[in-house]
Ligand binder design. Sequence first.
Ligand code: HEC
Ligand code: HEC
Length: 394
Amino acid sequence: MIKPFRLDARRGGNGIYRGIAHSFLLVVLFAGNVLAESPVPASQTMKFEDFELELPTGLNREDFYLPPDNPINKDKVALGRSLFFDPRLSSDNTVSCASCHSPQAAFSDKRQVSLGVGLQAGDRNAPTIINRAFSRGQFWDGRTNSLEEQSKAPLINPREMAMPSHELLVKKLGDIRGYKSWFKRVFARDVNIDDLAKAIAAFERTVVSGNAKYDVFKAGNQQALNQAEKRGLALFEGKARCSQCHSGPNFTDEKYHNIGVGWDATLVDLGRYKVTHNEQDIGAFKTPTLREIAGTAPYMHNGAFATLEETVAFYNMGGIANPFLDVEMRRPKLTLEQMLEYYEKRNDPGKPSPDTELTKLELTKGEQADLVAFLKTLSGQGWQHITPPDSFPE
Ligand code: HEC
Ligand code: HEC
């Protein structure tokens, strides 16, 4: 997964940066502000067949993505919950989805990288599965486009649940009488991998978080945030320019950015590039949600930072220099002309490039603490009632 990487891979540019520069800049310059101004959706009940989902204040039901061929109902969600927590979905019955997406860690993993069957280590930190219904792209590099597709991967990943094949898993579950009849009830047919994925995805869509102190404040209650948290919010949307990428109700633009994480190591994870093979995606990762961020340490695709303080200090330095560092990481200091020049130079191997200069945020210690205080106001409600089932089908 992680390959050695030579910095001269960008040579021989093809003008791609220049081509996208104009439209891209408009997005860069306006996206953060527009989204920050939009009104806060009130809590609302989403009604499905025989199942109701409370969407807490702050989440936007228009952004809730439900594929037409996988409607939600109560029994399907219950089946998905059982499958999510059941370690028998792994080759040696020791690892469930919840082993790496644990309710105790806001459905993420406290370990820097996850450990699968036989305690084998993976390459990346497990993100939370909270609020995944609001995104299409799944995984740090967005290599799958739905939760259904995503959930099939860990089952047969040799370093995760390590089943030799989907066929063998289907056979294993089909031999458990309780599952056989449960699948029949929900899908009117025998256990199969697509229905298994659908049940898990339906369950995951019910794991939501909103109504955080931040949402209550945005909805008009001035008392919801204290002074430090309010200063932190102003920094988040202003001087620290976090909301350029962490925008909208789920604090993500759903885009991929290279912010330099991991570029101080000898081996670099190429991230989104491995999916698209576009040069501008080298080292880019999906902007993750910041909801429940206080509970999902360690942070970043490689779990590099143990605390929010370390994470903010990283941004304060301007990230880590590399030739593919996202232009949004340097926005505060650049004029429109300078940004265009930046794209020009980027494709010209003869010219010294400005790429290695970092734009420091120059936040004082106090401002960094305020920003951390603000991030902690993003812990909310909507997932705490979801616990492992008392028993599994026999
Ligand atoms: C051994 C640990 C492990 C197990 C078991 C595991 N995951 Fe994950 N999960 C991860 C890691 C690590 C990632 C990030 C990998 C990447 O992006 O390349 C991830 C990513 C995800 C994502 C994408 C989240 C996002 O923000 O893009 C979802 C959804 C998810 N897992 C659900 C599941 C489900 C459902 C199961 C069970 C079928 C499962 N996981 C089993 C470790 C695990
Ligand atoms: C250029 C876009 C961009 C900007 C600006 C930005 N972020 Fe991020 N943020 C990302 C991306 C992309 C990641 C994931 C990077 C990785 O794992 O390599 C991330 C990850 C994080 C994480 C870790 C999340 C997790 O689940 O591990 C935190 C916390 C965070 N950002 C907070 C902030 C704060 C605070 C600011 C402002 C100081 C900020 N971000 C500015 C794009 C951005």
